[in-house]
Design a protein around this ligand. Structure first.
Ligand SMILES: C[S@@+](CC[C@H](N)C(=O)[O-])C[C@H]1O[C@@H](n2cnc3c(N)ncnc32)[C@H](O)[C@@H]1O
Length: 374
């Protein structure tokens, strides 16, 4: 047991020092709001609360088990933490309810935590035979088994190709459809077996477990990870005060492409090339703090395999947006509007949207954010 978190759930935070170095300069004023949009087991949050004694944390996670463990870990900071059960594209509503008009820091450490990978029953790992679930919020939405057993072959194939970048997507999808007619899929070992059979023998021999890409694709589909991320990053940038900073760590190219696609264009002038002077509304909204995407060094990847695929991007907000110039990605619909849609579309757990103080680790509801907590 360390910091209230059982050792079996030890999640080693990736690029911890770098995240603190990037965010801390924005968090030195009393009451500076830091959003950890992917609280997980609270490792990054703990380091930031220690290093930034004036900061107040709003920690979000869609996984109630992660919130409970993070609550225990952060109990010593209970007076300056609000832990909220929410999907991160709901950030604007969460901030509204907490009365924060802007924030000074946002951290997003995407993907799954060790807690989710290690809890065999959650079905995230292809290495152990377990029920095919893969929902980060076990109270909401269809499971991986439901996706496998109900999607038409064409849709399954698209999911595997787009989200798993799987070359043999069609072969796998067709075999899944044949196999499920014999008996529906329930556990991971059978899926691993079917993927192996669907892939040509020559390919099977290299590149690690061939089921890895299929599992990644199913997880992304089950949790709508890319759609949610595509709304959340613009919303996080909009929430930043001038001088506020955002740090995002992605773990595969699909996520990183979305992050880059939001941050990089906003760090460029939008002045038409033939305009002799840049008008204030054409000036960049962000200043990039990283050159391209940063990765972890050999020492860190040797000690923490999760760090091997990280791509970190960071930016600082340098000006307010002029009225009438909506943010990229938010032009047609505000992120808030989209978040509401997504919230309506998903089954809501009883604790969903409830705020907890970290000093209340058992998860008792301190304040009902959404008004629908049981
Ligand atoms: C990599 S872990 C974060 C680990 C954390 N930085 C730490 O140091 O312990 C990612 C966490 O984000 C959560 N998560 C992933 N997608 C989310 C989303 N769309 N909304 C809210 N939480 C999300 C997962 O449930 C998981 O707990």
């Amino acid at each position: 047991m360390s910091n209230g978190v059982p050792d079996r759930h030890r999640h080693v935070p990736v690029l911890l020092e770098r995240c603190v170095t990037l965010l801390a300069p924005a968090l030195d004023e009393p009451g500076s709001v830091l959003v950890d949009a992917t609280l997980g087991l609270g490792g990054h949050s703990q380091a930031l609360l220690e290093r930034c004694p004036h900061a107040v944390l709003v920690g979000l996670d869609r996984d109630p088990a992660a919130l409970d463990l993070a609550g225990r870990r952060l109990a010593a900071f209970a007076g300056r933490t609000h832990l909220v059960h929410a999907v991160y594209d709901e950030l604007p509503e969460v901030l509204d309810r907490l009365g924060h008009t802007e924030v000074r820091g946002v951290l997003m450490d995407l993907g799954v935590s060790s807690l989710q990978l290690d809890e065999v029953d959650r079905g995230f790992s292809y290495a152990v035979d377990a029920p095919l679930d893969m929902r980060m919020d076990p109270s909401s939405g269809p499971t991986a088994a439901e996706v496998l057993n109900t999607y038409p072959a064409a849709d399954l194939s698209r999911v595997l190709r787009e989200y798993g970048e799987e070359r043999f997507a069609r072969r796998i999808a067709e075999l899944v459809v044949r196999e499920r007619a014999r008996e529906p899929f329930t556990t991971s070992a059978r899926l691993v077996d079917v993927v192996r059979q669907a892939i040509p023998a020559a390919t099977r021999r290299h590149g690690g477990n061939p089921a890895k890409r299929t599992f990644q694709a199913l997880r992304i589909e089950v949790n709508h990870e890319l759609e949610v991320l595509g709304r959340a990053v613009p919303a996080a940038v909009e929430a930043l005060a001038v001088g506020g900073r955002i740090v995002v760590m992605a773990y595969h190219s699909l996520e990183d492409r979305i992050v880059k696609g939001v941050l990089t264009p906003q760090a460029r002038s939008t002045a038409p090339p033939d305009l002799p002077v840049e008008l204030p509304e054409h000036a960049p909204v962000l200043r990039l703090l990283t050159r391209g995407a940063e990765t972890a060094d050999e020492a860190e990847t040797g000690a923490n395999p999760r760090a091997a695929s990280v791509r970190l991007r960071a930016a600082e907000r340098v000006r307010r947006r002029s009225t009438g110039h909506p943010a990229p990605g938010m032009a047609r619909e505000s992120a808030r509007g989209s978040a509401r849609e997504s919230a309506r579309g998903s089954a809501r757990g009883s604790a969903r949207g409830a705020t907890r103080s970290a000093g209340d680790p058992a998860g008792s509801v301190e304040r009902d954010v959404e008004g629908d907590a049981a």
